[in-house]
Design a protein around this ligand. Structure first.
Ligand code: C2E
Ligand code: MG
Ligand code: MG
Ligand code: MG
Length: 278
């Protein structure tokens, strides 16, 4: 009986694996079509500058209108795009579209673009950035490239060299999801980032939990000592905002201030004075 059970379980897992593999292949085929068919759009989430009391920039966030499954979140398809290398052409489209949109905004407003490790390490990445800037006419200082420490996993040397080349062009570099990786602190020594984005997992409990608050304070103080800006990600409540403000956090991003919006709404938002209360 045990044997039969075992085989049954095995068959169940085999079927589940087949199904997962099938779905993955289907997603891959659909992804190949998506760039050509223009199924991607960008959403823009404001990053609010607490000291200047205005929007300092927007983060571009990829959205996919799948022909049958509707709107898909990047967390559902970016992993497959990375495994298949499709993130390279997709990321190129994102870079161009983000710069093209940002050129319509006032000069103090930046655009932050997420770049996955594989895209960042692809041979053409620097020229993609150059071409997106040239085609749009956007000043390099208005572009902020967001990377995570995963770009360093296969060796730091070439990555740090590329970061310096981008910086020499005038592009800003942000370290995203800070605190969630394995050895974030060592990467802060490898390269002088322009910004550290404090991961949402620390921001969520910042108003209630003493240790989360201590960690956030330490990140903010560390960034200040390194002359690096900070953005708190995923701020949803007035209590979190008040805590972060008291801690000296420079900029905030999250549903409290605004969800990601389309390009038209972003432009309207810039024309409307807004204030972060608390
Ligand atoms: P991320 O770069 O850390 O982006 C922040 C994510 O948090 C976004 O999710 C945003 O919508 C969400 N968020 C912002 N404020 C709040 C909040 O107050 N509460 C909650 N619960 N969530 C909030 P999204 O758009 O689903 O993107 C998820 C991730 O997908 C991004 O995380 C980024 O790693 C990746 N991604 C998005 N767009 C791109 C892209 O164009 N290229 C690449 N390579 N990755 C992208
Ligand atoms: Mg990001
Ligand atoms: Mg993030
Ligand atoms: Mg994140």
């Amino acid at each position: 009986r045990a044997k039969t059970d075992g085989r049954g379980v095995l068959r169940f897992f085999e079927q589940a694996l087949d199904e997962a593999a099938r779905q993955r292949r289907e997603l891959e085929l659909d992804l190949r079509e998506a760039v050509a068919q223009g199924q991607f759009t960008l959403a823009f989430q404001p990053i609010f500058d607490l000291k200047a009391d205005r929007i300092g920039g927007f983060e571009a966030l990829l959205r996919w209108q799948h022909p049958t499954r509707g709107w898909l979140s990047p967390t559902e398809f970016i992993p497959v795009a990375e495994e298949t290398g499709l993130i390279v052409p997709i990321g190129e489209w994102v870079m161009r579209e983000a710069c093209r949109t940002a050129i319509r905004w006032p000069e103090h407003v930046r655009i932050a673009v997420n770049v996955s490790a594989l895209q960042f390490r692809s041979p053409g990445f620097q020229s993609v950035v150059l071409q997106a800037l040239a085609a749009s006419g956007l000043e390099p200082r208005r572009l902020e490239v967001e990377i995570t420490e995963s770009v360093f996993l296969d060796g730091e040397g070439p990555v740090v060299a590329l970061l310096h080349r981008l910086r020499a062009m005038g592009v800003r570099i942000a370290l995203d999801d800070f605190g969630t990786g394995y050895s974030s602190l060592s990467y802060l020594r490898s390269f002088p980032f322009d910004k550290i984005k404090i991961d949402r997992s620390f921001v969520i409990p910042v108003a209630e939990d003493k240790s989360a608050a201590a960690i956030v304070q330490a990140i903010i103080d560390l960034a200040a000592a390194l002359k690096t800006d900070t953005t708190a990600e995923g701020v949803e409540t007035e209590e979190q905002l008040a805590a972060l403000r008291a801690q000296g956090c420079g900029t905030i991003q999250g549903y409290l201030f605004s969800r990601p919006v389309d390009a038209g709404a972003a432009t309207t938002m810039l024309a409307t004075p807004m204030h972060a209360v608390a």
